[in-house]
Write a protein that binds this ligand. Sequence first.
Ligand code: 5AD
Ligand code: SF4
Length: 451
Amino acid sequence: MKKVHIKSYGCQMNVYDGQRMADVLGQQGYVETATPDDADLILLNTCHIRERAAHKVYTELGKLRDLKRERKAQGRETTLVVAGCVAQAEGAEIQRRQPAVDLVIGPQTYHRLPELLALAKGGRVVDTELPPEDKFGHLPAPKPAVIVARGISAFVTVQEGCDKFCAFCVVPYTRGAEFSRPVTQVIAEVERLAEAGVQDVSLLGQNVNAYHGEGPDGGVWTLARLMRRIAEVPDITRIRYTTSHPRDMDEELIAAHRDLPQVMPFLHLPVQAGSDRILAAMNRKHTGDEYRRLIDRIREARPDIALSSDFIVGFPGESDADFEETLRLIADVRFASAYSFKYSPRPGTPAAELAGQVPLAVMDERLHRLQGLVEEHRQDFNHAMVGRTVEILIERTGRHPGQLAGKTPYMQAVQIESTTHRIGDRIMVEIERAGSNSLFGRAVERPELAA
Ligand code: 5AD
Ligand code: SF4
């Protein structure tokens, strides 16, 4: 039996792509293995979003070259593949820096993996085409047993690429122009997942709320309409979507948070910065106040919604006063969680050419302050759950026997002690305690609906 080890870096879309590549390779007789040590095929599914992520690939490749050499001495062949966004951005340069790499494959041609691997037997191969065809339509569906092994929460990519061109971001170059998968294809995939026991789907896209897929009626469907249809799939109890752009949060989508019980009260809506000057330089196409007003409208529709965001500190030209504006926005919105990053100049992006690059020490200090403030709000949000009873979806067994782990509708991790419940159960839990990364509670009876 041939074994493949897939290591995905970066975003959830890479995790999804890694699974789909495993599905393609599964058809070729490969089974997945958790470590590179016993794999015949090692595939790095890379991320190019920040310099550090891209750099990691070369460190890892150095180690894998040594592994490949050792094995060769024992008469065993190992195939090394670099996929994902570094592959797309750097192409043949990867093999120039690391000749042990057999195949470089961009994110748009995964369905051609078998054919490219065969080709790579005869010498090194690079394929970073951005073909106009729909790769998703060519990817095999995972087998039910594979879906079960991946758990009751699943990712489904519904949209890929980005037309927004934020000044700092490589995504429009690595993932190409916006593409939305046709509705029937998405629904077929969700139905297959649900039949194998999946209850919770996260719809993925770099700009997922710009979704505009071809509907079964020939018309163009929005994300809200797609979610209304997914909510009709039996046994799908939870729906989320990520990542969204503030400009694409339309009324229909906001209303879906009010009207569809399956749509979770959780929204990741990156704002990046709080200063209007910096937002304009970032080409975000909205102001801080426009974002605040949008949040107000979303909270009107769904008052308990948990919000999350991405922030970049030290974008070129960001002054102390600009940064204070970011802190002010955070204080106004009070996010339940957030990801934050030091600005990293990326080759080919407009911001990399800008004057006024911010010194590292300043970025470090700003990041530290920002993360401190977000952490306070996160803890407040989690502590406010204590004493409340919420529905938990049990996702896995906990660290100790008798322990189960699940999530609240707000994406908080919860641990309970129970010997009577199982993975996949949706139960009411009274939250008794908030730890630093997890809530703790006990199962209670589901209150009968009042007549
Ligand atoms: N430098 C730092 N952070 C970046 N991001 C995207 N590009 C860069 C960059 N050049 C962050 C943004 C985005 C998240 C996925 O990564 O905050 O929302
Ligand atoms: Fe990058 Fe901006 Fe597109 Fe998000 S919206 S993927 S940050 S260009």
